[in-house]
Design a binder for this molecule. Structure first.
Ligand SMILES: [Zn+2]
Length: 454
């Protein structure tokens, strides 16, 4: 088994004690972290020989690989469209374009989106795929093939919509599916792909899209199926004012009260956005252990509002970070979201609303909790899986900043010296090593043109 040593770097572990080392080491054997600490690695942790590689990591900061808890990979092909629209206007403009996708297009777009996530320090991502065109082929399988090619740890969710415009929903009828077909496909996806093992690279979740695009029957039955199969539940909730109005009109309650009435709050559920939450909703999310995936760039892009991150964290709600789909978050950089979360929380709640370390924790242990992986990833500790980002902080944008966490969170996006996922190298010196970035860009350009021309 091979051993890799990162030596001479700052280390921010994000463990329960918040341990940090100004000058330290991380030792990885196979796919597991075997030692983390100050100074040089202990001799007992090393087995020097032909299979040991030592990296001089001086000038760098090692953090846990970042974990993305909300995304729509296919949206890579519709970036920059409806650039100044509200959420409902933007959706209405894009549904018909998304309806023309097929598995080949989705695979090219998803590969590009995943590769960019890796370049921005992300080692694990979820995907929420909810558009299944009738003659589009296996689009969920296409995202899984893309993740295997790039090498990220992957938590795809089988999304769905069954409430078309003729029944009072927002999406046009031709992009929604029949409820029984959704449930059968969801069951099949779990049976084919879900791997519950501790070092799993792929776990499935179920994710009906939003209160205004799915029926209450689908929400109820998807929750039953997920709980029978032991997989997690995800949906969009309380994203924009339009949705508040929709829920008041159709259900006579708030979005959180609506989910609560359907048995949709709990430790196995995480919700994207959670922007429009009153105090009662925050209390209820905390009491039930329901998670929130905070997506600050997307919320800003669509003018949806500002998530009450400080109040959520203070109330004990589990919060992680997400980039959201690239059509409403063109930068799609997970380290960028850490910075954005910090700035927007302080703009709304003052200078102490979210510390730089709290913000980094949201993208690591916070996100790991939402995916049910906090025993395995999210911090640098002996025994955890080797998902590690090594950031270079000794070049022009950061040299001279004494606090490496302040440099990483508040400064420009640093060069990514190394990204390890499950002990494998995905990025080295800002270059992808598992895929050819120029080729991916060409494929994404051609898939986008193909989609636009249909
Ligand atoms: Zn979304």
């Amino acid at each position: 088994m091979s051993t890799l040593v990162l030596d001479g770097c700052a280390v921010v572990t994000m463990d329960g004690q918040g341990s940090e080392y100004a000058l330290g080491h991380v030792v990885i054997t196979g796919n597991v972290i075997t030692a983390v600490g100050a100074g040089a690695p202990p001799p007992a942790s090393l087995h020097f020989g032909s299979t040991t590689r030592r990296i001089d990591a001086s000038g760098c900061l090692a953090t846990p690989g970042l974990i993305n808890t909300h995304h729509h990979l296919y949206q890579w092909g519709t970036r920059g469209m409806a650039a100044d629209a509200t959420l409902f206007e933007w959706l209405t403009r894009l549904y018909p374009v998304w309806a023309r996708m097929d598995a080949g297009i989705v695979q090219d777009l998803a590969t590009a989106a995943l590769a960019w996530l890796a370049r921005t320090g992300c080692s694990t991502t979820m995907d929420h795929h909810y558009v299944f065109p009738r003659s589009g082929g296996d689009v969920l399988g296409a995202t899984i093939a893309a993740a295997r090619q790039v090498g990220l740890r992957f938590h795809p969710t089988r999304g769905s919509m069954d409430l078309g415009a003729s029944s009072g929903g927002l999406p046009p009828d031709d992009v929604v599916e029949d409820r029984d077909a959704i449930l059968l496909a969801s069951k099949a996806a779990i049976e084919e792909f879900h791997d519950a093992s501790p070092d799993s690279m792929l776990r499935i979740g179920l994710a009906p899209c939003s209160p205004f695009s799915v029926t209450s029957e689908l929400l109820t039955e998807a929750a039953e199926l997920a709980r029978e199969a032991g997989v997690r539940l995800h949906t969009h909730l309380a994203e924009a004012a339009d949705e508040d109005e929709y829920c008041a009109e159709h259900f006579g309650c708030t979005p959180v009260e609506y989910l609560d009435s359907l048995g949709w709050l709990g430790e196995d559920v995480w919700l994207a956005h959670g922007v429009h939450l009153d105090d009662a909703a925050i209390t209820r999310l905390a009491a039930t252990g329901t998670g929130v995936a905070h997506c600050p760039s997307s919320n800003g892009r669509l003018g949806a509002g500002i998530c009450r991150t400080h109040d959520l964290v203070a109330a004990g709600v589990r919060v992680g970070l997400g980039v959201d789909g690239a059509a409403s978050s063109e930068e799609s950089s997970l380290i960028g979201e850490v910075r954005q979360a910090t700035l927007i929380a302080r703009s709304a709640g003052g200078p102490r609303a979210l510390s730089v370390r709290q913000a980094l924790r949201l993208a690591t242990m916070g996100s790991a909790q939402l995916l049910g992986r906090d025993q395995e990833i999210g911090s640098l500790e002996a025994g955890k899986l080797a998902d590690i980002a090594l950031w270079r902080l000794d070049t022009l944008p950061h040299a001279g900043i004494a606090d490496p966490v302040a440099a990483l969170v508040l400064g420009a996006r640093p060069p990514l010296e190394l990204l390890l996922v499950n002990g494998q190298t995905l990025v080295e010196r800002d270059q992808l090593v598992t895929v050819d970035e120029r080729q991916l860009a060409a494929q994404a350009r051609s898939a986008t043109a193909d989609l636009a021309g249909r």
